[in-house]
Design a protein around this ligand. Sequence first.
Ligand code: GLU
Length: 495
Amino acid sequence: MTDQPVRVRFAPSPTGYLHIGGLRTALYNYLFARSHGGKFILRIEDTDLSRTVEGAEDDIFQALEWCDMKVDEGPREGGDYGLYRQSERKEIYREYAEKLVESGNAYYAFDSEEDLTRMRERLQKSGNPSPKYDAITRQSMNNSLTLPSEETERRLNEGEPHVIRLKVPRREVVRFEDEIRGIVSFETKGLDDQVLLKSDGMPTYHLANVVDDHLMKISHVIRGEEWLSSTPKHILLYQFFGWETPVMAHLPLIMSPSGGKLSKRKAEEQGIPINARDYISDYYEPEAVVNFLAYLGWSPGDDSEIHSLEELCQIFSLDRVIKAGAVFNQKKLLWYNEHYMRERTDRQLAEQVKEIAFDNDTDVEIDYLEKVVSLMKERVSKVDEFDSLGRFFFEDPEEYDKKALKKWSDESPDLIAGYRERIGEIPEAEFKADTLKTAAKELIEEREVGFGKLMMPLRLAVTGIGFGPEMFPAMELLGKETVLRRIDRAAERLG
Ligand code: GLU
């Protein structure tokens, strides 16, 4: 731990929609900042303009806002540490790259694409499967280490295209302590002389990331495990600049339930929403997603599971983040969703259903929706399911579910007819759940059949599907006229 004030950053590249793993990284940074009274900074790492996707930045903002993570400093919020979009900080990076050249830790390289290809081919032929531009090969390339200094000077003055490369030491071990993984070490002989500044004058991720983390006084770098292999390069940069390295913490990968890293393809195969925006458009509860993500790689060490964002800010700590991959458990996600959804009042849910299913149509009666919600609440996992699974509350079934149709047997028409006759006699004012239930009981006793024999076909006739809320209260809510009409239609259509 450093004793600097805690300042952490979420540093996404706007190269596509924000991935669920990115959202978790943001969340852990946010929780860490809040649990230490520190600052949560958003920095957009858009130095690779060719990969920048329009709308990606808005997508990031929208996701953070949806989760209620407030950014203290960022491109929209501003802050005391300059601009927070790397493309707007371009001039800064050349200056720092040149400092490294001056101190002998980086160099200018003028090699063309063909030169590089030739070098790689030559090495591959001589049995090197992964040729690098490194301490050995750099000696036979066109760079400021091999060319006479006047020649380098001349080329630079004439504006010859060049890059600046990091001079990675030949045989050293880079060691650092990761808050989550403990001591991590890498041998420099496996590293490339990383390009720091490209020929178009733009920095690469490595340079911009380190320079900005330093200039923005970042105390802790908390990011995904996929960046672990970049860290030795960053450590070298900190050493060469003579800067203190922030505390490093690499978060476990998010794994697919079927094994391996949760890729886009695997997520699609298993119906797992992969981008933050999918959770918004699929009507997940933000509190549920936050709670679920917090536990995707961390736990508080007791058996508590439900915590609001605010509580998580109190109890989060890096030392309880796991090293091993965190498996995405979709059932758990829905469990969290059900929990947070059921915390809302029926009225609130009804308002939401009105918006989702009826486009806020003013003809839709909110009191009726509220009753539907109260009957369905324990059976749905997401708020849009009030509509998809409860459609029959709003319209007669047009079709009958194929699987449920198997329960429509030869005895069904007669049983249903018997029931229809009984309930047809109930006066409208007494068309209530318990009267309807009594009628059903009397019928099955008389016919000496099981309850299911009547109830399955009845459900199919009235709702069109094989599962749903309790039938008698649902029938009460639908009303006599509707129930009888549906039974008649089913008799007609199913025979
Ligand atoms: N720009 C990198 C990303 O897209 C940031 C990695 C880091 O946090 O250093 O995730």
